[in-house]
Design a protein around this ligand. Structure first.
Ligand code: HEM
Length: 348
């Protein structure tokens, strides 16, 4: 045997090596493709055998991985629409909301400076009539106070990171926001209860009636302090507030419950809409409340009295809600003895 024969493999050994290689390839190719599909993507996708750009494009388009936990949504590698949602939340919803709120605030201040407080034109009569019963006032304040708490804690979720955190620091902000979120969740149920109560108590007073068109034509008599157009228990402006609170309140409640119990009805993309609607509607209601709170406090004489004590001066009732006042008079005339709805004015 020569040296050369010792070092070089025989012909059959070479064929054996080639055969092993082919068998190895035949077994490993399907195995690597299956593995790539498992780690990668949508069925039929060849993730892992394409270039990086293609892999990332597919991930951005919603490629799914696999998970062994029950929540299959976790298999989504990247939810790209989340970027759009964040841009909307931090952009139009937050910025337009803040600009609109302060514009409304400014308009109300200008209105006050130009128009001044709406006074009782004929002065006080000294006689009081019952405008809102205890249950009406309780329901109003339940809705109002819970709404204000929800607004404050909600505004913190949207703007707190930019406005409050730089002032009070990260740790205090984290604690405050955690508690704020809990308060937001629980107080939401008080708001919903308030909505139901004021709906039941006031819906019949908030249907369209024959005085509404006249009230609209005169702009409610708010701009030009001549005579106030007649109105029933609620005028058209108040009816607008009522229905805005009702419709807005139902939308806020529905979207809020879905945010509280996510994915019960909607998937990730729909949840983003739910959140955007919740944020937008709450801002619209806050805007309306600026005007409402103004007219219910500094904007109109006697108005706050109605919702605090329940009673208003007869002259106020006559001027602002003549049809309602006349109905009270008719009821009073029919009553065998003076009804509890009439009582002397409290000492000033
Ligand atoms: C500090 C805050 C508030 C004050 C001072 C206030 C004051 C008043 C007053 C005085 C009235 C009776 C007006 C009248 O006698 O004709 C009233 C009615 C009403 N309030 Fe409020 N309110 C406040 C907040 C809210 C909030 C947050 C809501 C709902 C989210 C609300 C919903 C209503 C509704 C639906 C009515 C009946 C319709 C109307 O008069 O506009 N209020 N409020």
């Amino acid at each position: 045997m020569t040296q050369g024969n010792l070092n070089s493999p025989t012909l059959s050994a070479r064929w054996l090596a080639v055969l092993c290689l082919l068998v190895g390839l035949a077994v490993s190719l399907p195995l690597t493709t299956a593995l790539a599909q498992q780690q990668g993507a949508v069925p039929g996708n060849t993730l892992g055998t394409v270039n990086d750009a293609e892999v990332w494009r597919q991930i951005r388009e919603g490629a799914m991985g696999t998970v062994s936990i029950p929540d299959t949504k976790a298999a989504l590698l990247v939810q790209s629409e989340g970027d759009n949602w964040r841009a909307w939340r931090e952009g139009p919803i937050a910025i337009v909301g803040a600009v609109a709120f302060w514009t409304m605030f400014f308009v109300v201040v200008v209105f006050y400076l130009v128009r001044g407080k709406v006074r009782i034109q004929h002065g006080r009569s000294g006689r009081m009539v019952l405008r809102f019963t205890f249950i009406e006032r309780f329901s109003h304040w339940l809705t109002a106070i819970s709404f204000l708490v929800l607004a404050a804690t909600g505004v913190n979720l949207l703007y707190g990171k930019h406005l409050l955190m730089p002032i009070i620091g990260q740790s205090a902000f984290a604690t405050l926001t955690e508690w704020g979120k809990l308060v937001h969740h629980y107080v939401a149920f008080a708001f919903m209860a308030g909505l139901v109560l004021i709906f039941v108590l006031w819906v019949r007073h908030n249907l369209w009636d024959r005085y509404d068109w006249g009230w609209i034509k005169k702009g409610g008599g708010l701009l030009f302090p001549t005579e106030h157009p007649p109105a029933e228990k609620f005028n058209f402006g108040q009816k607008t507030v009522f229905w805005a609170v009702m419709i807005g309140g139902v939308v806020l409640s529905f979207t809020g419950l879905n945010l509280m119990f996510p994915f019960a009805l909607f998937d990730v993309q729909q949840m983003q809409w739910v959140q955007a609607i919740h944020g937008t509607v709450s801002q619209i209601l806050c805007l309306m409340m600026v005007a409402h709170i103004y007219i219910g406090t500094v904007g109109m004489e006697e108005s706050f009295h109605a919702m605090s004590t329940g009673y208003v001066d007869e002259n106020w009732a006559k001027e602002h809600h003549r049809a309602w006042y006349e109905r009270l008079l008719r009821r009073r005339a029919k009553a065998p003895r003076p009804p509890a709805a009439v009582r002397p004015a409290p000492a000033e």
